[in-house]
Design a protein around this ligand. Sequence first.
Ligand code: SF4
Ligand code: SF4
Length: 424
Amino acid sequence: MTLTAGHRPSSSTPTPTPTPTPTTGGLVDVLQEGLVAPICLTWELTYGCNLACVHCLSSSGRRDPRELDTAQCTALIDEFAAMGVFYLNVGGGEPTIRPDFWRIVDHALDRGVGMKFSTNGSRIDATRARWIVARPYLDVQVSLDGATAAVNDAVRGQGSYATAIRALENLAEAGARDVKISVVCTRDNIGQLDDFALIAQRYSAMLRLTRLRPSGRGATSWHALHPRPEQQRELYDWLLRAGDRVLTGDSFFHLSGFGQPLPGLNLCGAGRVVCLVDPVGDVYACPFAIHEHFLAGNVVAAGFAAIWRDSPTFTALRVADGGTCTACPSFSTCRGGCRAAKFFTGLPEDGPDPECVRADRTPTGAGAVPVAIGPRPVPDKDHSRGSARACADHPLAGWTPPTAGFEVAFPGAAATTTGGASRR
Ligand code: SF4
Ligand code: SF4
């Protein structure tokens, strides 16, 4: 993919007036105007999941009956390939519960589009681990939110630690190197960072630390789980000391307010270099921004390239960062922090991050810069199980598989889907 700045407000789109803002020069100024294709395209293949993590950013559990089918998925991959997307981050829900998941993987790899998929590990047995290792442009990321079963299972559910560790063992035994262990940092696991590093070392894996965002079910669990101010400092110091083999993406640039910037993208990439395609083909500015406010269009109706290029939602995000934070000495590296975190905590998008680390901390966590706190938006998508609906207990209930002759079993689920029908 060519890293070319896209100066692309469409003729039909009102062009927002940029707030005068200090420029930093270089890559960040280029990236904030958007690229011809996203660097980080997250694609959630299903909202179905056999777990029910309390902080799930997509409130997954039940599949959506409008989920893109196999033909739509492969056509979308062809479009990604044609526009130069070279890498997909695939997630869900639990993507491997789709019986066509492995075919979709192979289709992407055949088209020259690399893939990393996120999984809770429940379907990575020894055979599947060898299948994965045999594909050089396929990467896998196993979620683990505690270095002990007690801490992990409190968030991800009973038995999920053992499941993830078993998947890591299978992958290591198959010869996988640099599998990613994805950790959402919470106030319960910040004290386990060294232990996570040891687990990664044990399985020849890499640690990937992610910020907890208040989106999806995380909107509800945010106040109980997001790190305390002193833990933000502990995390920052740990990343400076031991983070050279740790991936963080754009998770922690708001911590730059402590002083020395951390490696990684110091910019909110929403709609600029990052976006999300959800299981029904809706395109959002970022995986943590699944809300009408950030909705840019639907790939079935419009195709992905046109949405990425011309959507008014994305055009509005591709202006210079501005607002009250421009007065902050850390603005050139923090730039006001995460838009999704601000939006879902009711803070103005041109104000400071809810976990701003500068100065005294108000009850919202936003300190040095005065902010007007608005009503907290309620996440408008919820696929959680537990309702009285027919599909509440089984992520594939009601779904007709595309072909007969396969069987999907779920650990802990009292249902099996087989040969074109769902049964309980
Ligand atoms: S909204 Fe937050 S999570 Fe999304 S791209 Fe911006 S900084 Fe990253
Ligand atoms: S005031 Fe704004 S730019 Fe400064 S550290 Fe806080 S969020 Fe970042």
